[in-house]
Design a protein. Structure first.
Length: 60
């Protein structure tokens, strides 16, 4: 399936889903999860928090 045939909203959702999966499968994300107490937050919320903390650290 080509992204160019889909609406921008669907394209964005598919890109975000793919990115989210790639991050969730990364060793950095898994290490980050192990360093925190178990969370009942969904994967999307965890990925968002991981990205926010990672970017804040890089910006510091």
């Amino acid at each position: 399936m080509s992204y160019t045939t889909l609406s921008p909203d669907i394209q964005s959702a598919q890109v975000w889903a793919s990115l989210q999966q790639a991050i969730a499968n990364s060793s950095g994300f898994r290490r980050w999860q192990q360093e925190r107490p178990a969370s009942s937050n969904g994967l999307e919320e965890q990925v968002r928090r991981y990205l926010k903390e990672t970017l804040a650290t890089l910006a510091y």
